[in-house]
Design a protein around this ligand. Structure first.
Ligand SMILES: Cc1cc2nc3c(=O)[nH]c(=O)nc-3n(C[C@H](O)[C@H](O)[C@H](O)COP(=O)(O)OP(=O)(O)OC[C@H]3O[C@@H](n4cnc5c(N)ncnc54)[C@H](O)[C@@H]3O)c2cc1C
Length: 403
């Protein structure tokens, strides 16, 4: 199967990973079909932040100018750390990977998808909404895989990219042993009007909880808070606004006016955090896992979206470089696994530090942050670059580092 060049590719799932991969592989001249189970483009308007490495990948996907226009870039990368009372802890500055690419940008999820969808349209990618895979037969390695869709149609494909997220159906069919695991954290998010003077990212470190503020456009911001939930409770969506207010009742400082605004008229989201820590291989026969289907991370480093877009860029490079599909897919796992694993491990540690539940330990943590938060940020981004064999650029600092 492997000597024959790839022609037809099926991408399952039109999230950030699937849309980005459909773009990069269509740019290679492949015949790409992108399927999405939702019957229309329907994405949350809650926010996401994308760090500089992810923005660089969005540049490679051909959409950076539109993303910069729709989102809100923090030009100096400043993140203000406070405690839950609003008392300052320290400021850190995220690096940018190169001049012209901001250190961090917040954007509505719906806007990322609007922009990626427009790029897909210019490339003429065949998109099928309300479509899933009913059956997948890839047992004959010398022949294309046969996919039967939910409408009964059957088609052969040389490569099937599973970009169907943390609960991936294709992963379940191909790697049933890989299952998401609960991290026992819950995340609360709500969208608000952005006051003109609020243009930094904020993170308030509470006792057992963290609450952040991030601008996502000229007129909007979102707040996001994490809480340990050892028992994984279920909350009725109707009660989400009330519960969110209660969960963060002790928070004062810059988040207080937004928490006070949260009501039944607000767009509040509660998400139980799971992760997928899958060992290699991430491919079997003609099926490749990417994005959250392969490596969903806890959200504490804000890298999940960036990793998904980088996957798309790296896959394109490797399919260009390798004559043989199997070796390209092997090289993909070898290139991406150390990177994604590093992010997952770092993110888990940050989550644990934010979940300390006794006041004395929290105070000690905050004191330590005064001393070494910037160093930790610098080391994290240097390591990210070192683990990206396709970039390896030392990040620039837009700002003096704090001591
Ligand atoms: C609370 C929270 C906050 C986060 N914040 C950030 C952040 O600030 N920055 C950041 O970079 N990352 C963040 N992340 C991570 C980021 O959201 C994910 O890593 C990223 O969205 C993964 O994209 P994906 O395309 O792999 O998966 P998804 O976004 O889950 O997309 C999968 C798509 O596949 C479709 N699908 C599913 N099953 C099928 C099927 N059987 N057939 C067809 N289609 C199917 C789904 O409808 C969906 O459209 C956060 C995650 C969480 C949980």
């Amino acid at each position: 199967m492997t000597a024959k060049p790839i022609n037809k590719v099926l991408i399952v799932g039109a999230g950030i990973a699937g849309c980005s991969t459909a773009i990069t592989l269509a740019e290679l001249g492949l015949n790409v079909t992108l399927i999405e189970k939702q019957d229309q483009w329907r994405f949350q308007s809650s926010g996401i932040f994308v760090y500089s490495n992810g923005l660089r990948s969005l540049e490679k996907v051909g959409v950076l100018p539109q993303i910069l226009e729709a989102g809100f870039a923090i030009a100096d990368g400043k993140n203000v750390y406070l405690d839950h009372t609003g008392a300052p802890i320290t400021n850190v500055f995220y690096p940018s990977v190169s001049p012209g690419i901001p250190p961090i940008l917040g954007i509505k999820r719906s806007e990322i998808h609007r922009i990626l969808a427009a790029r897909l349209a210019t490339l003429g990618v065949n998109i099928k909404l309300a479509t899933t895979v009913a059956r997948l037969n890839s047992s004959d390695p010398s022949a294309p895989a046969t996919v039967t869709f939910n409408d009964g149609n059957e088609e052969p494909f040389d490569l099937i990219v599973a970009a169907d997220g943390i609960r991936s159906q294709i992963r379940q069919l191909t790697f049933p042993e890989i299952v998401p695991r609960s991290t026992h954290f819950g995340v609360w998010r709500s969208v608000h009007q952005r006051p003109a003077g609020l243009h930094d990212k904020y993170m308030q470190m509470g006792i057992g909880k963290r609450l952040g503020i991030m601008p996502i456009s000229n007129d909007k911001l979102y707040i996001f808070g994490t809480v340990p939930e050892p028992d994984n409770p279920w909350f009725d969506p109707q009660d989400w606004p009330r519960i969110m207010r209660e969960k963060f009742a002790e928070f004062q400082g810059p988040s207080r006016p937004f928490l006070d605004e949260v009501s039944e008229h607000s767009e509040v989201l509660y998400t139980v955090v799971e992760e997928v820590a899958a060992a290699l291989p991430w491919h079997k026969g003609r099926v490749l896992l990417i994005g959250d289907a392969a490596h969903a991370s806890t959200p504490f480093m804000g890298q999940g979206g960036a990793m998904a877009i980088e996957d798309a860029v790296v896959l394109k490079t490797l399919l260009q470089e390798h004559q043989c599909q199997t070796s390209a897919l092997e090289a993909f796992g070898a290139a991406r696994y150390p990177f994604c694993r590093f992010v997952q491990d770092a993110s888990r540690k940050v989550g644990e530090a934010g979940a300390l539940e006794d006041a004395a330990s929290c105070l000690a943590r905050n004191r330590k942050m005064e001393q070494n938060a910037q160093l930790q940020v610098d080391q994290f981004y240097q390591q990210l670059e070192a683990l990206n064999p396709f970039e390896g650029v030392t990040p620039n600092h837009n700002q003096e580092t704090t001591p």
